[in-house]
Design a protein around this ligand. Structure first.
Ligand code: F6R
Length: 259
């Protein structure tokens, strides 16, 4: 795991966009996309690069991490709508190449199994963007999720519903249930890119990166993966015990190495 401490959220966004640009320039690629506030800067950066020098996503497929149960696709807070508004609708993904879970599916088990099949058929995910919840969730794998879990239905914690209430009129409007890629599913992506900014994420980042691998902190599953880049700003890094070591190592990283 490589922990990269950057000065500002804008630096985190630029560095994450660099990783994604490098991947999509290789040719046909599969991205895993997160929603929420954290990746917004990265998406804005990618949209700008698309406008400036035609960085293209027309050979890229994308899979969303999760979706609210009970929100129709057209609902403005469904992750289908959110990702289109925040990113995919402003670049040149081909029609049908951005995939999400159907939160209105009558049979959640069939829907989630089928989604896993679509990811596998696309060849798996090359780069998976991730945010982290203040309670350490990854995707919507809340505490005590199995490290080997697959895509399935989960119940959101009170804290996550409260945290996400800002996107809804009232906290009671935040759905109780979600469909989410499992920790085992996420761990199959070839490169995991966790982004965290702001002081509110500092404890969760420290637990995920330096704490024990434990179901009580689902993001500690990152420690089981061979290729993880954790991009954090100073505030999100503030509770890391070894931050000097991480900064020193990154400062002396050979230029050829990449992330
Ligand atoms: C969203 C997702 C969540 C968020 C996390 C952080 O698709 O899977 O794990 O990444 O809740 O959300 P923000 O970035 O809004 O703080």
């Amino acid at each position: 795991m490589e922990i990269i401490i950057l000065a500002t959220p804008a630096d985190v966004a630029r560095t994450a966009a660099d990783v994604i640009e490098q991947q999509v320039r290789l040719g046909p690629s599969v991205l895993g996309l997160a929603t929420g506030s954290t990746p917004l800067g990265t998406y804005r950066e990618l949209i700008e690069r698309h406008r400036k020098y035609r960085l293209s996503f027309n050979q890229t497929q994308a899979f969303l991490l999760d979706e609210y149960v009970g929100l129709p696709t057209a609902h403005p807070q469904s992750y289908h709508s959110v990702i289109r508004a925040d990113f995919t609708g402003s670049v040149d993904f081909r029609p049908g190449s951005v995939h999400g879970l159907n939160g209105m599916a009558g049979d959640a088990e069939a829907e989630t199994a089928e989604y896993e099949g679509h990811i596998a058929a696309a060849g798996g995910i090359d780069v998976q963007l991730l945010g982290i919840g203040a309670d350490g969730h990854l995707g919507f794998n809340e505490p005590m999720s199995s490290m080997s879990s697959r895509t399935r239905i989960k119940t959101l914690t009170r804290q996550t519903r409260q945290d996400n209430a800002r996107f809804f009129t009232h906290v009671d409007d935040v759905p109780n249930h979600v469909l989410t890629q499992g920790l085992g599913t996420i761990r199959e992506a070839r490169h995991l890119l966790l982004l965290a900014t702001g002081r509110a994420k500092a404890e969760a980042v420290a637990a995920a990166v330096e704490g024990p691998v434990a179901a009580s902190c689902p993001a500690s599953a990152l420690q089981l993966h061979p290729h993880v880049s954790v991009l954090v700003d100073e505030a999100a890094a503030s509770q890391l015990a070894h931050r000097e070591y991480y900064s020193d190592t990154y400062g002396r990283k050979p230029a050829w190495q990449g992330l």
